[in-house]
Design a protein around this ligand. Sequence first.
Ligand code: FES
Length: 317
Amino acid sequence: MTMKVWVHTLQFEAQNIISVELRPIPGQKLVPFQAGSHIDLHLPGNLIRSYSLANDSRETHRYLLGVLKEKSSRGGSVYVHEQLRVGMQLTISEPRNNFPLHEEAVHSVLIAGGIGITPILSMAKRLQALNKSFEILALGRSRNAFAFADDIAELKCHVHWHFDDVSNGPPNLYELLHARPPKSNSHYYACGPAAMLEAFETACQTLGYVNHHIERFAAVEVKAADDARQSFTVELRKSGKTFEVTHDTNLHQQLILLKINVPFSCEEGICGACETQVLEGTPDHRDMVLSSAEQASNRVMMVCVSGCKTERLVLNL
Ligand code: FES
């Protein structure tokens, strides 16, 4: 589902980062969201880009995003920085949450790398509202490039700051996590650059911290499984179409070619927008959204990146 909103405020937050405050158009309401959620912005040129919501999830009058102008931008963040203006209308998706808080946790450790602060800030506000124990590790290249630092400083929690330019290098995530062992039921969350998330996952696995969760902004390539098929038949049950995927094409390309209405966004298997119900067949899951249990159930798949292990795949499209 999509909706129209208008751009209420654009504000400088840090080097190359602006915040974008979106409000409902008169007479309409925003869909409520949970901390950790993101929305898709539909931008000119058929660009759809996902951004985490940074504000307090109790707020019903606005969505607040933080947008980093990416050096390797494919157009989305450059448009937001250079062409989006206050007063313009935007089409957005309803909020989706691939990074939910476990509110029952005894203690939560929230780790933000750079622009990864956006969902972390919303989660921290939620934990504070629930009067829960939590702390933040705020990691960045420099203070000038770290957004929402004042909002973090105002939270009633311990904050560990690390800036590479002050500390002469990146943080040692293993040491930081080792110093924060689980208190019976602790949960650990991280959002930030791929290298940081990799270090976080490795450290959690080494330390045996089972309750760890990540939110990705960029995909990691997941290779096809050994038993993935190069060719398979796809039946789209709702639209009554059947087509072949062969070695020189893929499911994603074929769905676009046939103009099947799938709300693609990241097209990298990280946002969850294209989740599709599987009616028959076994997908070769190559996304970073579904949990291992969800992938093993084979009831849904991310059709932007995934393939198939059986001769026939039937989708509820
Ligand atoms: S479009 Fe984002 S997971 Fe498929």
